[in-house]
Write a protein that binds this ligand. Structure first.
Ligand code: F6R
Length: 262
C-alpha cells in the first residue's frame, strides 16, 4: 500500500485526481469507480479541471457507484444516484447511460445485486476505484464485520454511519437516514485494477491507522486494502496524525524517482 501524506484537503484532492486520470488514460476500456459522501468531492472538482484542460477525455468512460440507500424515492436529492449525477456525471461530462448505481428501489434486491455484479464484469471490471472511509473503517457501506470476500448485497447501516450522514438529510439526528443500503462488497472492491482512498480530518485518523497499520480484520473493513497490490491512500496531516510509521511513508514518497510520480 502506498501512503501519501499531504498538507491539506486541496492537495489530497489534486493528487488523487491526477492518479485517477493517469489510470483512466492508460486503460483500454476505462471504468471509473465512483464514491459519494464529502471525501471525493474535491477529486471530482480537480478531475473536471483536468478534463477542461484537455488532458483527459471522459468520452466512453463507464462508471459504477459503490453504494446506494434502500427505500429513498427515485430522484431524492440525497439518493446516491442523484449525488453521482450532480457531483460527477454532469460536471465531468460523462454519458449518463454509461453510469450505474445499485438499484435501491428494486423489488427483488437480490436480483438487482447480482445484476450489478454482472454489469461490472461485462464492462471489464473497474479500472480505478475512488474510496472514502467511514470513521468506523467502512469502505462502500461495508460496515464492521463485513466479510472480506463479500459481493454486492444489502447491508444494515451502523448507527454511527446514520449519525454521520444525517448532515446530508433534513433532520440532523439521523432519524431520516435510511436504515439499509446496497453496497459493493469488499471482494468486489478488491477486484478493481487500482484503489485510491482519500481521507481528510482528525475524525478519520483512527480508521486510517487501523486500515493501514492495523491487522487485516473485518472489524476495520478498510484494512482489506492491505490485500490489494495497487492501493494508494492519500491523506491530509490530520487524518495521518495517528500513523506510527508516518516518517517512513514520507521518506518513501520523497525517495521516488521522477518517472514514478503521477
Ligand atoms: C460513499 C461511501 C462511504 C463514504 C464514507 C465517508 O459512497 O461509500 O464509504 O466514503 O462514509 O463519507 P464522507 O466522505 O462523507 O466522510
Amino acid at each position: 500500500m502506498e501512503v501519501v501524506i499531504l498538507p491539506d484537503a486541496e492537495a489530497v484532492a489534486a493528487l488523487a485526481a491526477r492518479t485517477v486520470a493517469a489510470e483512466l488514460r492508460r486503460a483500454e476500456r476505462p471504468v471509473l469507480g465512483l464514491a459519494t459522501g464529502s471525501s471525493p468531492l474535491g477529486i471530482y472538482a480537480a478531475l473536471r479541471g483536468i478534463v477542461e484542460a484537455g488532458e483527459l477525455s471522459m468520452d466512453g468512460v463507464r462508471g459504477f457507484a459503490l453504494d446506494e440507500y434502500v427505500g429513498l424515492p427515485v430522484g431524492h436529492p440525497e439518493s446516491y444516484a442523484e449525488v453521482v449525477r450532480r457531483e460527477a456525471v454532469v460536471p465531468l461530462g460523462m454519458d449518463p447511460a454509461l453510469v450505474r448505481v445499485p438499484d435501491g428501489a428494486a423489488e427483488d434486491i437480490e436480483a438487482a445485486c447480482a445484476d450489478y455484479e454482472r454489469a461490472i464484469a461485462e464492462a471489464g471490471g473497474v479500472t480505478v476505484q475512488i474510496l472514502g472511509i467511514g470513521g468506523n473503517g467502512h469502505i462502500g457501506f461495508n460496515e464492521p464485520t463485513s466479510s472480506l470476500a463479500s459481493r454486492t448485497r444489502i447491508k444494515t447501516l451502523a448507527a454511527a454511519t446514520r449519525q454521520a450522514n444525517a448532515r446530508f438529510f433534513a433532520e440532523a439526528d439521523g432519524a431520516s437516514v435510511p436504515t439499509h443500503c446496497l453496497t459493493q462488497g469488499l471482494g468486489t472492491i478488491l477486484e478493481a485494477g487500482a484503489l485510491v482512498l482519500v481521507a481528510q480530518g482528525e475524525h478519520k485518523a483512527e480508521a486510517i491507522r487501523q486500515a493501514v497499520e492495523g491487522p487485516l480484520s473485518s472489524r476495520w473493513p478498510a484494512s482489506a486494502l492491505q490485500l490489494h497490490r495497487r492501493a494508494t491512500v492519500i491523506v491530509d496531516e490530520e487524518a495521518a496524525s495517528r500513523l506510527e510509521l508516518a516518517d517512513y511513508y514520507r521518506d518513501t514518497v520523497a525517495a521516488k524517482p521522477d518517472w514514478q510520480r503521477v
